[in-house]
Design a protein around this ligand. Sequence first.
Ligand code: HEC
Ligand code: CU
Length: 423
Amino acid sequence: MKGVMLNMLPGLPAPPRRRALSLAALLALTSLVLGSSSLAQQVNQTVSILDTSSGYNREMNVLVFWALAFAVIIFIGVSAALFYTVQKFREDKNDAAPAQFHGNNRLEVTLVAVPVVIVIFLALLTVRAMARLNPTPAGAYPVNAVAAQFYWNFEYPNLKVNPAAGNGLVTNGNEIIVPTQTKIAMTATARDVIHGFWAPNLGGQRDAIPGVKKTWQIDTDKAGVYQGNCTLLCGASHANMRFKVIALPKADYDQFASAAQAYKAPAAAAGTPAAAGYAIFMQGKGGSGACAACHRIQGTAAAGQAGPDLSFFGSRRTLGAGAWEGADVDTHLHQWIKASSSIKPGSLMPHYDGSTPNYPTLTDQDLTDLEAYLKTLQLPAEGNYWTKIAALVPGAPVPAAQSPTPSSVNATTSASTAMNGGN
Ligand code: HEC
Ligand SMILES: [Cu+2]
C-alpha cells in the first residue's frame, strides 16, 4: 500500500487518513436521515467533505442526500420492475403467445416526466447552493491564499502590521489561522502555474490561477486543525504542497491577530549563534545568497516574495509546506537549508551546498546558526496558535516548541525563549 503512494518518499510522512467515501457517505446519509446535525467525527487532521461543522459542507450534504436518495429509489424501482417482469412473463411450456399491442401513452409520458421533474429539482437545489456559497456576505472575514511551487502564503487583508513593527499585511507561510463561526471570504490566486486550494473540512475547492483572484466562502463552527492540500498537478511536489488550517474561537483568534500585528522579529543578542544566522540570512555569504531576497520576516528588512513568509517560523509546526511536522521539522531543517530538493522533489529553493550556481556553500556551523536564528522567530505566548489549539482541542498536535528537538538546536531553543521573555 505504502509503496504505491506518490508522496511516500524517504522521510516524508504518510498522508492524512482518508475515510472510504462510501462509508462516509453512508454515515452522512444516516445522520441526515436521523436529523442529527453532527457526524461522529474526529476533527483533528481527519479529512472529510462531510464535516458538518462547516456551513459550506452542510449545503453540499443536502445535494448529496437528494442525489443519493433519488438514485436509491430509482435503483429499487427499476430492480423491482425487472424482477416482476421476469417472473410474471417467463416462458412456460405450452404458453400461448402473449397479447400483442403497441405503445402505452400514459406509461411513456410518466417515464419522461418523472426524470425531468427530478433533474429540475436537483438543478434548482444546485443553483440555490451556488447562490448561497459563491458570493461572500458583507461581513465576511477576508483571507488571501497565494500559491506558488510548492508552498502557500496566507495574507490577512484586515490585519495591517502595526507601524512600530514594520509594514505590510500579516502573512504566514503554509499555516492558516481562521476564526470559527465566521464566514471567511477566501481569495485564491497563484504566482506561477495553476494550483488548487482545498481544505475539505471547511468547504469547496477552488483553483488558484495566476492573474486571477477567486473569492468564495468557507467556514467551520468547530475549533480544530484541518488538513489542506494543493489539488492540481502543478509539478513534482504537488502532493507535498499542503497546508494546515488552525481554526480558533473568535476570542483566541483575536489574540493571535493582535499579537501578529504587533510582532517584530526578536533581535538576536550579539555573539550568539542566532546573531550569526541572522547575518547570513540578511547578507548571505561572501556577498551572495541572502535568504532575505526570497523570504519575508516581519519587523526586519527581509521582504522577499519568492518563498514562504518566515515571520513566525519558530512557532510553526510544519516544514516544506507540510511535508514534515512536529519533531520531523527539526530533523530535516538542516538538510532543507542545505539542499531542499534532495528531500522534497522539485523544491525551487536554491541549494547551499555548492550545487546551485552563484549560491555560496554554507558550512555545518553556518547551517546550525541559521537554524538557531529561525527558531527565534516565535510569536509571543498569547499569539501562539498551536499552544492555543492544543489547550482547546483534546488530541490536537502539540506546538513545535514542545516537540523534542535534537541536541544541536536545544541550546538555541532556550536562548530564544530567553529572548522572547524580553519581547
Ligand atoms: C531564490 C529564492 C530563495 C532563497 C534565496 C532562499 N529560499 Fe528558502 N525557500 C524558497 C522557496 C521557493 C521555498 C518553498 C519550497 C517548497 O516548499 O517547495 C523555500 C522554503 C524555505 C523554508 C521552509 C518554510 C516552510 O515552512 O515550509 C525555509 C525554512 C527556508 N526556505 C529557509 C531559507 C534560508 C535559511 C535561506 C538562506 C540560507 C533561504 N531559505 C533562501 C526560496 C528561497
Ligand atoms: Cu500546487
